[in-house]
Design a protein around this ligand. Structure first.
Ligand code: ARG
Length: 563
């Protein structure tokens, strides 16, 4: 909040620089009661430094401050209460937004530092799960917020495209598969083949051996094995891409687990060289008992490498390729041990940069309180969910506003926005109850509600027919405007907090608050009626629409002008 900064600077001077400006800034509060002003500062810390009563300090400082932005500075016990010159503040805030437009709230925290974001990362030949959806939309939003704050995000789709299961899949495909069917319905068919393999293995355990042999052939780059694997991968990726297309999300890299095949020997050698590898039941592991963690599995008894080995290789590769300042892994809670182990092992190798690696964990999506499963029979196909949301949005538009332009595009934006917002509006570590009806409601904390508010603002601006001239003086006399102004002022701080805590839900909650404040204003003030006030009011409307749109954009949601 700009005025918090301003107040902090003034106090810094008033306190003879005895407290750091940043410290002062952090200590400034927002009083709960209007009668206590707009900002408050507790004088206890300074009182301690000066060995003086805090009440005394509050009084002296109150008398010393004289600033055009404050109508009153008052001592109230140990507190300093500040009353802002609201008309002046409102005019400044609105002007600022109108000048900066979508750059409002942008700041340079990252100094161009690269942040790799491991996100989405579905497994080839398996359905794209709700968990992968969460990883995709959370990762994407974090990337957008990082970009807004001066970082360079690199979005990496670490596809699960390697592992013993591909040996089994090849066996199943060769025995029972059908090319045409796989081409048509890749994931469904491949999943079915995988299920069939596991059903048959009960009567015929030699299938396991066959699977192992085929995986070995894969690891040895056997042509037939590689061709089948490549084909499964490509076809699966085509299906995943349809989902990414719907969500409007792209990646900077699709280098999955297989990419690290030729980079794992180095990891094993490094671990050996540092005497970190020990034998355990035939396998090679890194013992982590000193850190009260189970051992990290590096190589199985048959020489095959594992998920963790590939992640170690990936971490090294990313550091060396991107020189990241931070490396994020947007992956469900259930893998938290894996990432703790990963970081520990890298630290044992002496890589202090591993401190910049963070597991950005998240909860599950539930249906009727239970985990939504992608196991056989219960596959909830995500693409269908998104399509259904778009369908429903379409029906709503047909009913309410059938004449708008680009109906299909708007329905897509609303349907997809609903799904994304529903995911991002709660802190990522909370579980989310899945409900299509809830997502699409135009009232309550939903994406469509915010989009609708933005469209309402846009339509007011169209009807107002006033060119917003940034240099024209703004004089907002409505008391009702103040809650809207204070929300707008909060935006830069919200963005800052969101990037520091990797938490898009702060932005989601913020756009809801702003939309609510604006709708209340809209309900109480006849914006277009008073010719004298019209310009200033429309300037406020414009500022609201800019900030709502930018807030939604940071979540990965577009804001149609009509809906
Ligand atoms: N493919 C994994 C899964 O679906 C997620 C991979 C997460 N990223 C990583 N670098 N381990 O569970």
């Amino acid at each position: 909040m700009e005025y918090k900064q301003h107040f902090a600077a003034i106090l810094y001077g008033a306190f003879d620089q005895q407290l750091e400006e940043e410290t002062i800034y952090q200590m400034i509060e927002k009083p709960k009661l209007m009668s206590h002003g707009d900002l408050a500062f507790p004088c206890f810390a300074l009182a301690k430094l000066r060995r003086k009563a805090p009440q005394k300090i509050a009084e002296e400082t109150a008398n010393a401050i004289d600033d055009p932005l404050f109508v009153k500075v008052e001592a109230d016990g140990a507190y300093l209460n500040v009353f802002l010159n609201k008309q002046q503040v409102a005019a400044d805030v609105i002007k600022n937004v109108l000048n900066e437009r979508e750059n409002y709230g942008s700041q340079n925290i990252g100094n161009g530092g690269v942040v790799t974001i491991d996100m989405s990362s579905p497994n080839i030949a398996k359905p794209f799960s709700m968990g992968h959806l969460r990883s995709t939309v959370i990762g994407n939003s974090i990337a957008l917020i990082l970009e807004k704050t001066g970082y360079k995000p690199v979005k990496i789709n670490h596809l699960g495209d390697w592992g013993t299961q591909f040996g089994k899949l090849i066996v199943a495909y060769k025995k029972w598969g059908n090319e045409e069917k796989v081409r048509k319905n890749t994931i469904k068919e491949l999943l079915q083949l995988y299920v069939t393999f596991h059903e048959k293995v009960d009567q015929n355990p030699s299938l396991e051996d066959e699977g192992r042999q085929w995986f070995k052939r894969l690891e040895d780059q056997d042509t037939e094995a590689m061709e089948l694997w490549k084909w499964f991968r490509e076809e699966s990726l085509k299906e995943f891409n349809r989902i990414y297309e719907l969500l409007g999300i792209t990646f900077d890299s699709n280098q999955g687990e297989a990419f690290y095949n030729d980079k794992m020997d180095r990891v094993v050698h490094l671990l050996e060289g540092n005497e970190l590898l020990t034998e355990s039941e035939g396998a090679q592991v890194v013992d982590l008992s000193d850190d009260e963690m189970p051992p990290c599995l590096i190589r199985k008894s048959d020489g095959a490498t594992l998920y963790a080995t590939r992640d170690l290789a990936a971490a090294l590769y990313r550091k060396e390729t991107y020189h990241f300042v931070q490396s994020l892994y947007v992956v469900g809670n259930e893998q938290s041990l894996h990432f703790q182990q990963l970081i520990k092992v890298l630290k044992k190798l002496g890589y202090d940069w591993a401190d910049g690696m963070h597991h950005i964990s998240f909860g599950m999506i539930l249906k009727d309180g239970k985990k939504m499963s992608t196991r056989k029979g219960k596959v909830v196909l995500l693409e269908e969910v998104i399509q259904e949301a778009i369908e429903l949005a379409n029906t709503n538009i047909e009913q309410k506003n059938p004449n708008i332009e680009d109906k299909n595009k708007v329905a897509k934006s609303v349907g997809v926005g609903a799904v994304i917002f529903h995911d991002l509006k709660n802190h990522r570590n909370n579980d989310v109850e899945f409900s299509l009806e809830d997502m699409l409601r135009v009232e309550g904390a939903t994406g469509p509600y915010v989009q609708y508010t933005h469209a309402r603002a846009s339509s007011l601006l169209d009807k107002g027919l006033t060119k917003i001239n940034v240099n024209q003086p703004i004089l907002l006399q409505d008391d009702e405007a103040w809650p809207v102004i204070s929300e707008i002022m909060m935006f830069p701080e919200i963005v800052e907090r969101a990037v520091k805590s990797y938490d898009p839900s702060l932005v989601a909650k913020y756009v809801i608050d702003l939309a609510q404040a604006f709708n209340k204003y809209y309900g109480n003030v006849r914006i277009l009626e008073d010719e004298q006030q019209k310009f200033s009011r429309l300037a406020l409307v414009k500022a609201v629409s800019v900030v709502l749109k930018e807030g939604l954009r940071l979540l990965g949601i577009s804001a149609p002008k009509e809906m």
